[in-house]
Design a protein around this ligand. Structure first.
Ligand SMILES: Cc1cc2nc3c(=O)[nH]c(=O)nc-3n(C[C@H](O)[C@H](O)[C@H](O)COP(=O)(O)O)c2cc1C
Length: 146
């Protein structure tokens, strides 16, 4: 089974989570983008530039997709990353990185994207900056096991 861990990140926190997932699944490949702090304001006002990975996902059976939480929903760079790719029929496990943990619209928005892009959202987990390292480990294990 081919597994990809895909992430978008502005400041690196989601990238770090993606790397933690790959530590637990050594056969998985990893791809992603770190936009940097200078992209935050343009993305906030709807200018969604950046080097989004354009990938042929045909061979992948399972994709872990992660991105930051902004305004309680997936950040623009996370949604755009998923919107750019052909995800039809794929099984996707999402990990969203929040700061304070206010993220009540995240799973609803990802479910909407799943129905638009015709992928199966197997699981959606929110990992907060307030979580202890033990909690983060548990959430990652749970995500992998689901
Ligand atoms: C514009 C903006 C909006 C944010 N909104 C939220 C929010 O609603 N809830 C939350 O828990 N964190 C929020 N955060 C914090 C980010 O989710 C947090 O910093 C995250 O770790 C960023 O991930 P990254 O380092 O991969 O970019 C926001 C950050 C920014 C820049």
């Amino acid at each position: 089974m081919k597994i990809l861990v895909l992430y978008s990140s502005y400041m690196g926190n989601t990238k770090q989570l993606a790397e933690q997932i790959v530590e637990q699944i050594p056969e998985a490949e990893i791809q992603g983008v770190v936009f940097g702090r200078w992209r935050i304001f343009p993305h906030l006002i709807g200018i969604r530039g950046g080097n989004y990975p354009i990938l042929d996902l045909t061979e992948y059976d399972l994709i872990y997709a992660g991105g930051p939480v902004w305004m309680e929903r997936p950040a623009p760079g996370f949604s755009r990353l998923l919107k750019n790719l052909d995800l039809e029929g794929k099984q996707i496990k999402c990990f969203s990185r929040a700061g304070s943990g206010h993220a009540k619209l995240v799973t609803e928005k990802l479910e909407k994207l799943a129905s638009e892009k015709k992928f199966e959202l197997v699981k959606s987990v929110i990992i907060s900056g307030k979580d202890t390292s033990e909690t983060v480990e548990e959430k990652i294990k749970d995500l992998i096991a689901s």
